[in-house]
Design a protein around this ligand. Structure first.
Ligand code: FPP
Length: 261
């Protein structure tokens, strides 16, 4: 039997407190703090990202186990190209290594991999491995792991606007027929339900150009924990916090109560 660490021994069994009928269908995560985690330990930033991969694995498995259907991870933003070139290269290499190394386990665990972002501008090795991962896991149904790569909301909304303008110009779409659904079908996330819960690690409380349209009604959860220290118990804590909230979608408390009774 696996030995429990001191911290785990003192931890209440968080998983058992989760109401399985109210698990968020879609959780989106801004994985932040890899660099600071490494610095605190006197290690190079890249080792922070490597440790972050362990959290990706643990959180994906824990999310699947409790019935989360979609998990979206902000792995590389459009703005991340501005980092030192060596760090960008290391991140791209890490992505290739991780996807290659995890395909078997993704399949074993029923994880379907998909990606959102301007993927064609990724380095060719990253792009190829990503496409291979997506192809080889496409029939899995337990959970969908969405990697946001070279993604930003402003890029996505600009693309959507361009597509709509092209259709209007071609005469296949009338301006008066443009609805929220029209826009949704032009987004990179088409077919994926909006996140119910957004988690950001490392104590920062901002959205950083991530899923701005899709997060309109998401519950936001910010934790000081750095991403490499975010594991299954931290995920359960986020879900328990979500389950204590009342989602009103613009209605009054009384209306929400009436609907659920
Ligand atoms: C933010 O921490 C993290 C990133 C920009 C990259 C996240 C990437 C991984 C966890 C590894 C690869 C992921 C997958 C899905 C295989 P930061 O560097 O901004 O930390 P800091 O704010 O402390 O500097």
């Amino acid at each position: 039997m696996a030995r429990l660490s001191g911290r785990q021994k003192n931890m209440p069994n968080l998983q058992s407190q989760i109401a399985l009928e109210n698990v968020p269908k879609h959780i989106a995560i801004i994985m932040d703090g890899n660099g600071r985690w490494a610095k605190q330990k006197g290690m190079p930033r890249v080792l922070g990202h490597r440790s972050g991969v362990k959290s990706v694995r643990e959180v994906t498995e824990a999310a699947a186990q409790i019935g989360v259907q979609y998990l979206t991870l902000y792995a590389f933003s459009t703005e991340n190209w501005n980092r030192p070139p060596a760090e960008v290269t290391a991140l791209m290499t890490l992505l290739v290594e991780t996807i290659k190394g995890e395909i078997r386990d993704l399949n074993k665990n029923g994880v379907r991999l998909v990606a959102i972002g301007e993927l064609s501008s990724l380095p060719s090795a990253t792009y190829k491995t990503l496409m291979q991962g997506i192809e080889e896991t496409k029939n899995n149904t337990r959970i969908t792991l969405v990697l946001a790569l070279n993604y930003s909301s402003k890029w996505e909304l600009t693309q959507a606007t361009r597509l709509i303008a092209e259709q209007v110009q071609a005469g296949t779409l009338k301006p008066e027929d443009i609805s929220e659904t029209t826009i949704e079908t032009m987004l990179a996330t088409r077919g994926i339900p909006d996140p119910d819960l957004l988690v950001r690690t490392s104590g920062e409380a901002r959205l950083s150009n991530f899923l701005l349209w899709q997060l309109a009604y998401a519950e936001l959860y910010f934790t000081p924990v750095f991403w490499p220290d975010f594991g299954k118990n931290e995920l359960y804590e986020a879900i328990l916090s979500y389950q204590k909230r009342e989602r009103r979608f613009g209605q009054t408390s009384e209306q929400v109560d009436q609907k659920s009774s």
